[in-house]
Design a protein around this ligand. Structure first.
Ligand code: GDP
Ligand code: MG
Length: 407
């Protein structure tokens, strides 16, 4: 089993090389409790979160987005964590028809054997290494609180989250802020009852621990992506944000693309106004049911964003809903073969190597933060900042070849 190794970037963040995923060997696999969920799927309206409860506000905001743009219905498991990989053949064949002689049908026998074969596999050796301790959380918090971009004149890394409605963009922003606050707060959801909220470009300046002031990280929320929107307005608007032209609070509208006449339009954006890293956000539960066009949307977007020299990574959210063991204990996330498999699917959807993708469990219905969920979220931020730093390296004179300015 080969695990990821880390190397240090010149900005102090460790860079993860592409992961070599290895196949589970028998000795490396232990069985999880049988899957609790049948193979049926049901369609949900876009924007309706699987998880209800505290985040009904967020769900409302997503619905507002959905209203604004007719999207698509997602097929999601009838139950969280449902495993759709277990076809059950309903072939019934009596072995013996004689009553009282242990009549048993093959269907029952098959069912019980499937119950064993269908168990989600948990790997004894994790496919990525994480230290799950209080010290690790503290050290990550300190590292990220003191993070500053390695580029003069830029005090914060601006990171844009892009993904379908309901994928967990706003939840991620709120969850990261919650980690630093030490309690679950729904920062990115505030005001989401307003119908325009999720249509606006909103930047969230992540604050560090108490009295530590702002971190060097700004997370930018925008409205959801839909399949087939890469041509025309949406793509144009996304690229305007990335180039730094779109003003804060800009309300996206198909009739009013960002242009030089737009109020607050930033004519000559400097490095600090631009987006320094793009994070695609996809939902593990919906990974197989996203419309085909979404993959094309992602790939076209990626091409355009790459042309701007901006690095891209991805978050795979809702991992707690595809693996029951991980739902019970988040430290199992890198032991889960279901999640490993979903990562591969996310990689194909996005057209990127899985080494750029990190699994995440956002705070959704919890009231209190949890050390291990915090570690996973902070590791995701760490991952993002590595790639933001690559952008700064690429666009800062001291790092460019012979001091040649290329921006
Ligand atoms: N169980 C679970 N629910 C999540 C997770 N991330 C987001 N959610 C829920 O998914 C729904 C949509 O999330 P939201 O952040 O509004 O998505 P957005 O449209 O991309 O901003 C909300 O009900 C969230 O509480 C996650 O990692 N796990
Ligand atoms: Mg949102």
């Amino acid at each position: 089993m080969q695990k990821e190794k880390s190397s240090k970037s010149s900005c102090g963040f460790s860079l993860a090389p592409p992961i070599a995923f290895s196949l589970a060997t028998k000795s490396n696999v232990k069985e999880e409790s049988p899957s609790l969920f049948p193979g049926l799927s049901k369609a949900l309206e876009p924007g309706v979160g699987v998880q209800q409860g505290l985040n009904t506000v967020a769900a409302t905001s997503s619905q507002d987005e959905a209203k604004a743009k007719p999207l698509f219905s997602f097929l999601v498991p009838a139950e969280p964590g449902e495993n759709q990989t277990m076809p059950v053949k309903k072939r019934v064949k009596k072995v013996s028809a004689k009553p009282g002689t242990g009549t048993r049908n093959l269907f029952e026998a098959r069912q019980s054997s499937l119950a064993v074969r269908g168990k989600a596999k948990m790997l004894t050796t994790p496919w990525r290494d994480v230290t799950w301790t209080e010290e690790q959380r503290t050290s990550l918090m300190e590292k990220l609180s003191s993070y500053r971009p390695c580029s003069e004149g830029v005090t914060q890394a601006r990171v844009l989250l892009l993904g379908p409605v309901g994928s967990g963009k706003s939840s991620f922003i709120s969850s990261v802020q919650s980690v630093f606050n030490g309690r679950v707060t729904n920062q990115a959801m505030v005001g989401s009852s307003s119908t325009s909220f999720t249509k606006k470009l909103q930047s969230f300046n992540i604050r560090g621990e108490k009295e530590k002031g702002p971190t060097g990280l700004v997370l930018c929320d925008s409205m959801g992506l839909a399949a087939g929107e890469t041509t025309g307005l949406a793509l144009h608007d996304i690229l305007s944000i990335i180039k730094g032209h779109a003003p804060e609070g800009h309300k996206f509208s198909p009739d009013q693309p960002v242009r030089s006449e737009t109020a607050g339009y930033v004519k000559k954006p400097s490095l600090k106004d631009k987006i320094h890293c793009v994070v695609f956000v996809v939902d593990a539960v919906k990974i197989q049911s996203y419309p085909k066009g979404l993959s094309t949307t992602f790939q076209q977007l990626r091409e355009h964003i790459s042309d701007l020299g901006v690095h891209q990574v991805a978050l795979l959210t809702h991992v707690d809903q595809v693996c029951s063991e991980t739902a019970k204990d988040i430290t199992k996330v890198y032991h889960s073969s279901v999640i490993q498999d979903t990562m591969t699917k996310a990689g194909s959807l996005l057209g990127m190597s899985t080494s750029y993708i990190v699994p995440v469990k956002n705070y959704s219905s919890e009231l209190d933060v949890d050390v291990n969920t915090d570690i996973l979220l902070l590791s995701a931020v760490d991952h993002i900042l590595q790639y933001a730093d690559l952008y700064f390296q690429d666009n800062t004179p001291q790092y460019t070849e012979l001091g040649k300015l290329d921006y």
